[in-house]
Design a protein around this ligand. Structure first.
Ligand code: ACO
Ligand code: OAA
Ligand code: MG
Length: 273
């Protein structure tokens, strides 16, 4: 999995030292990831490492082995204000020790009821935070509820995470879709994620990468609509109008800003120049 990971088309890779690794394999996994990072070159995807949580005996060793291997980011699971501060303190120490100039970024996984409640102070705990992930499996386990196909048990958490990420100008990344056979279900559920403000989603299997990208990239129709709105807005501006109608619907500044965001996203995806 490590050796082929760079060609899977993911924006960011997460090499996992946490819950996908059994307790007796923790040391071996750490060594394996370090070796992979020293021998392989990663050109198509950013590389991050998910360390173990700060209430486990593994996280310090994870950092002391991984920071010198220079991933671009660290994924902090079971994130709280206290755990983010602990990780940052240790990362700062290790970056100094190894004379590493480029600062690692953090992506947090929020996956407990308390974690969700304390989001604001957690997000204020470090300036390195670039993304927020909902960890749906741990979250429902902490809540003592079942994970269901329609995910109603995640609704409140999903809205909270998407809104908090937006408030702090960082990426909102949705929990993985765990049925790796159901591509239609993945896309339908991911369309919902996008509709409430998520900007990306974790993939647990290579087959999920393309369907997720398809949902998050703007459609041809969305691009055409945004282009038309921006053209009409130019015309309206010339006529001194702050508000006008497009296809019978009101267009004012927020709508124009949304069209600009769609075009920026389309450019980022390479869909327009
Ligand atoms: C709740 C949480 O914490 S989720 C996050 C932690 N969990 C994970 O990261 C799980 C990652 N995913 C996996 O381990 C696997 O995809 C499983 C167990 C879900 C399914 O495994 P499989 O049935 O073997 O998957 P599948 O048959 O689709 O694998 C096809 C190929 O993709 C590779 N592959 C599968 N998952 C991944 C992955 N996450 N990353 C990179 N490569 C992968 C397989 O090694 C296989 O490669 P090969 O053809 O060269 O042998
Ligand atoms: O990070 C992930 O892949 C998701 C996770 O931990 C969880 O759902 O508990
Ligand atoms: Mg988890």
């Amino acid at each position: 999995m490590l050796t082929t990971s760079d060609i899977l088309g993911a924006d960011t890779l997460v090499f996992d030292l946490e819950d996908a690794v059994s307790l007796q394999e923790k040391d071996a996994a750490r060594t394996l990831v370090r070796e992979a990072m020293s021998f392989l070159t990663f050109t198509d995807s950013e590389v991050t490492v998910r360390i173990n949580p700060t209430d486990s005996p593994y996280w310090k060793e994870d950092l002391s082995v991984m920071v010198p291997a220079k991933p671009q980011g660290i994924v902090i699971p079971k994130a709280t204000e206290a755990s983010v501060k602990l990780v940052e303190e240790e990362v700062v120490r290790l970056e100094k020790l190894h004379h590493i100039e480029k600062k690692l970024f953090f992506i947090l996984i929020v996956e407990s009821a308390l974690g969700l409640f304390d989001l604001k102070s957690t997000l204020q705990a470090s300036r390195r935070i670039e993304g927020l992930i909902l960890g749906g499996e741990d979250f429902t386990s902490d809540m003592g509820v079942k994970r269901t196909a329609d995910s109603h048990e995640l609704l409140f958490a999903r809205y909270q995470i998407a809104t908090a990420a937006k408030a702090y100008g960082i990426e909102a990344i949705d929990t993985p879709y765990t049925d790796i056979e159901d591509m239609e279900g993945l896309q339908e559920d991911t369309r919902f994620s996008k509709s409430i403000g998520f900007t990306g989603r974790l993939a647990i299997n290579p087959r999920q990468v393309e369907p997720i990208h398809e949902v998050f990239s703007p459609t041809a129709l969305e691009i055409e609509e945004a282009q038309n709105i921006l053209l009409e807005a130019e015309e309206a501006k010339k006529r001194g109008l702050g508000v006008f109608s497009y296809k019978g619907k009101m267009v004012d500044l927020p709508v124009i800003k949304r069209a600009e965001k769609t075009m920026a996203s389309a450019r980022k995806w390479g869909l327009v120049r």
